[in-house]
Design a protein around this ligand. Structure first.
Ligand SMILES: Cc1ncc(COP(=O)(O)O)c(C=O)c1O
Length: 356
């Protein structure tokens, strides 16, 4: 039985068109004079985000780190949502490798509370003239079930940061999911931030890579930090070729992943309303709260896997399902059925336990 892999959209494999483009890619040495295919991808990324320049990097984590290093200096303060990927899953590279402090800002659905942000900007190191601050946003927001930041919110954060002399970086690992959900070009999102990064290796299905986009001067600095952190690759045009195909052909179809996620959430909500609020699902990530079952998330994910469905478990009570190109309506229905089976199984064993 083939596992239905809903752990992440990073599990997507390259398309035939990508493999063909990789086979035919014009190559150079990106650590020396440059690889022509990488340069093409960088130009396309800059164009799609309306920025002056872009830099191709091996991963989203490295793109965020390089952005932070390029914007700040030792001892700067980074202000970001309390559930940001940068402080949840990137092993604190900003502190260990960047000598940066960070301040988590509370908020709802991935959007920082603007009053709390203003308060932090007005009382932090930058307010004392000690070090500049950087504000980071994230859209779509991983920990907030793929929520999309409203453009008005991004505009307000950007304006506020500007007023306090802080730059803004946006982690747009799933930028094109946000763009498709908003029905707006990526450029409209990117206009509310100095730099933005996005991954071609997630729902867009390219095998490897992320792009950091921003002002030419900052991207030139970023190129030095990329070398410093070992991110300069060589015939990376081989990979970038797939990234070009991803940007040219894979963006519109993300709407299908969003439909699958809504179908999944609606099915899970029918099993029990405590599991998920389907109305909140905007893109391709479905976070599921299993605390009402009194069974730990790790147990859920092990039992789901035994039923052929692979989901991620986060903390004691959360599961995460991410829809992508290899997941169709049939796989979604199978996942809903597997959750339903376990829900009943756990309920039955709770009854037996209480009767004993
Ligand atoms: C919001 C967000 N930022 C950054 C990353 C890191 O990307 P990568 O896995 O390529 O390092 C991810 C990965 O899932 C993510 O969801």
């Amino acid at each position: 039985m083939a596992l239905i892999d809903l752990r992440s959209d990073t599990v997507t494999h390259p398309t035939e068109a990508m493999l063909e483009a990789m086979r035919n890619a014009e190559l150079g040495d990106d650590g020396r004079e440059g690889d022509p295919t990488v340069r093409r991808l960088e130009a396309l990324a800059a164009e799609r985000t309306g920025k002056q320049a872009a830099l191709y990097l091996p991963s989203g984590t490295q793109a965020n780190l390089i952005a932070l290093l390029s914007h700040t200096g030792r001892g700067s303060e980074v202000l970001l949502h309390e559930g940001a990927h940068i402080i949840s899953y990137e092993n604190y590279g900003l502190s260990l490798l960047g000598s940066l402090f960070y301040r988590p800002i509370p908020g709802r659905r991935g959007a920082m509370d603007v009053a709390a942000l203003e308060n932090a900007l007005g009382s932090g190191l930058s307010a004392k003239g000690l070090a500049p601050s950087l504000v980071c946003m994230e859209t779509t927001h991983n920990n907030a079930s793929g929520a999309v930041l409203p453009l008005e919110h991004m505009a307000a954060v950007y304006k506020l940061a500007r007023r306090h002399g802080a730059n803004v970086h946006t982690d747009g690992a799933r930028l094109f999911n946000a763009a498709v959900a908003l029905g707006a070009p990526a450029e409209r999102i990117a206009q509310h931030t100095d730099t933005i990064c996005f991954c071609v290796s997630k729902g867009l299905s390219a095998p490897v890579g992320s792009l950091l986009c921003g002002p030419a001067e900052l991207i030139a600095r970023a190129r030095h930090f990329r070398r410093m952190t070992g991110g300069s690759m060589r015939q990376s045009g081989l990979l970038a070729a797939a990234g070009i195909v991803a940007l040219q052909t894979m963006v519109e179809r993300l709407a299908e992943d969003h439909r699958s996620a809504r179908q999944l959430a609606a099915g899970l909500q029918r099993i029990d309303a405590s599991l998920v609020d389907a109305g909140e699902i905007e893109t391709n990530i479905v976070r599921v709260e299993v605390s009402a079952s009194r069974v730990p998330a790790a147990q859920w994910s092990a039992d789901l896997k035994a039923l052929g469905v692979w989901a991620g478990d986060y903390g004691a009570s959360q599961l995460r399902f991410v829809t992508h190109r290899h997941i169709g309506a049939q796989q979604v229905e199978a996942a809903i059925a597997a959750v339903g089976t376990l829900w009943q199984r756990y309920a039955a064993s709770a009854v037996t336990r209480s009767a004993a």
